[in-house]
Write a new protein. Sequence first.
Length: 245
Amino acid sequence: MNSKSICRLLALLTAALAACSEPSEVYYTTRYEVTAIEAAVSVTEETPTEPTDPENPGTELGDGSDGEGTGGSGSGGSDGSEGSAGTGGGSGSDGSDGSEGSEGGEGSEGGEGTEGGEGTEGGEGSATPLADAIRAAVLASAPVQVGGSYTLDYVEYNGGRLTVRPTADGEALSGAFVKLPGSTDITLYYGGDQERRCTLSYYTDAEGQRLARFGEDLTEQFRALYPDADIQSVVRYEQTSHIYY
């Protein structure tokens, strides 16, 4: 019997205890109130974020969006007449019969670029559209929102009864949990068919306190939703107000 089957069996036994008419003795209770939800998404964007010059693949088109004009060069007239003005401060070339071509004109400033051009250049200032979409989905689908909570009543050394409130005023859902002593892994069973495997870790708040958080790896779930995307990892973190020991 593998470890997952053992955990499920323990959870079923614990749930059976919780359903007994005579309540089992609770020797330890801990409550985790969710104060914030975050998503860590790592995706490789394969599609270029800027249009490229079809005649020179890999070269971004100069549209002045980075605030710098593209310097052109003035060319001398073929019969010694003045060459046409360059765009962007390029230097004039000599005429073909030895007469001097005109210097390149000052040209435009490249439109001075658009405000916020710095944010889109190189993907800075915003994640890729796919990463943004995944992050929004992870946050929106969190089973317990800010203000919700998990209450764990230990009736056995490795688990017990679980009460989940999806929101601060939401209806309580009953279930069971399994957590082996000394392990950071915890499995939650509730709401009929909900089975969530989480990892307990900590974050540091503004006051320097180490507080507990639940981490849930959703990588495989989102790889199935986006089979053509190169998704490295997707993890949802639920920060709580509970002191991490």
